[in-house]
Design a binder for this molecule. Structure first.
Ligand SMILES: Cc1cc2nc3c(=O)[nH]c(=O)nc-3n(C[C@H](O)[C@H](O)[C@H](O)COP(=O)(O)OP(=O)(O)OC[C@H]3O[C@@H](n4cnc5c(N)ncnc54)[C@H](O)[C@@H]3O)c2cc1C
Length: 269
């Protein structure tokens, strides 16, 4: 690990000021990605600005039309939320299957979305639900936010403070987990709102999380597990790696989409 200075920020404004002042500073959330990156000397920030002691950055607020989750809310707290399970159960179910107990106890929703790992689960839910990423500077629609592998619309020093999800009629996430890491080999989120069907795929796209037109079109005509199984995503734009070839991932997308649709129809939203 390279040497760095550690700062415990007391407010979002103080964190933002530190990030602006110190050219090579980065925010620290749960550290589940950042700390291993430092340990492997893959990054050499001059300063870490810890967001973990800022009041008001974590918590779940349920509104009549939306659910707002603070950036520092840990996966374990999302998974355990009985209120969320009642109004937007896709989120606690997804969070409850992230990594292992240790990762869920430390990892945060804001860190996950800032990191935008191509195999992470929250990006699929955020994109399928049409969430809004709220930062210390602006609000960014999920459709504009995800910009490629580990790439987002965040500017240097910009902090996610919360994520706002619309409440929808039904939504579900199905993941084929990598048996070693529990990351998604393929994960599909499906959301059905007022007159809209949105689908997002993680773990498979060579450009990170994406919305598959073919599945959205098929499900708009026939919202059924069978229609999802019949709709085949083109393998040309999918990843091939040691875990799975692109054509296998294409097959898994249809299968995971059909499971997510079945969950939606089962009232399991
Ligand atoms: C063994 C293992 C298994 C995992 N399995 C899964 C899985 O199945 N599914 C899944 O989705 N994820 C998985 N993860 C990732 C995990 O969910 C973490 O939550 C994620 O890596 C990063 O979140 P964090 O809070 O730990 O962020 P950190 O590691 O602290 O930060 C990650 C990056 O985001 C930046 N950042 C953090 N917070 C903010 C913010 N509020 N604003 C702006 N930038 C910010 C940091 O500067 C850093 O660049 C796994 C991780 C591990 C180690």
């Amino acid at each position: 690990m390279y040497r760095f200075d550690y700062h415990r920020a007391g407010s979002v404004a103080q964190a933002a000021a530190l990030l602006a002042e110190r050219g090579e500073a980065v925010p620290l959330a749960g550290g589940m990605t950042l700390i291993p990156t430092l340990k492997h000397r893959l990054a050499a920030p001059s300063d870490l600005v810890d967001l973990g002691f800022i009041e008001g950055l974590s918590g779940i607020a349920i509104g009549s039309e939306t659910v707002t989750i603070g950036a520092m809310t840990r996966h374990a707290d999302v998974a355990a939320s009985a209120e969320l399970a009642r109004v937007l159960p896709i989120l606690p179910r997804l969070a409850g299957h992230i990594g292992d107990r240790q990762v869920r106890s430390r990892g945060t929703i804001g860190g996950s979305l800032a990191n935008n790992d191509p195999a992470a689960c929250y990006p699929a839910a955020a994109l399928a639900l049409g969430a809004t990423i709220v930062t210390d500077r602006r609000e960014i629609a999920a459709d504009d936010y995800f910009q490629g592998l580990f790439a987002t619309a965040l500017e240097p020093g910009e902090l996610i403070v919360a994520i706002r999800f619309p409440r929808v009629d039904a939504a579900a996430y199905a993941k084929f987990a990598n048996p070693a890491s529990r990351y998604a080999m393929v994960g599909v989120a499906v959301a059905r709102g007022a007159g809209t069907i949105r689908v997002a795929v993680t773990g498979a796209g060579s450009g990170g999380v994406f919305r598959p037109d073919v599945l959205e079109a098929a499900l708009a005509v026939d919202f059924s597990p069978e229609a999802a199984l019949r709709a085949r995503v083109d393998a040309d734009d999918l990843m091939s790696d040691i875990h799975a070839q692109a054509d296998y991932r294409a097959h898994l997308i249809s299968v995971m989409a059909s499971r997510a649709v079945a969950d939606c129809l089962g009232g399991a939203a």
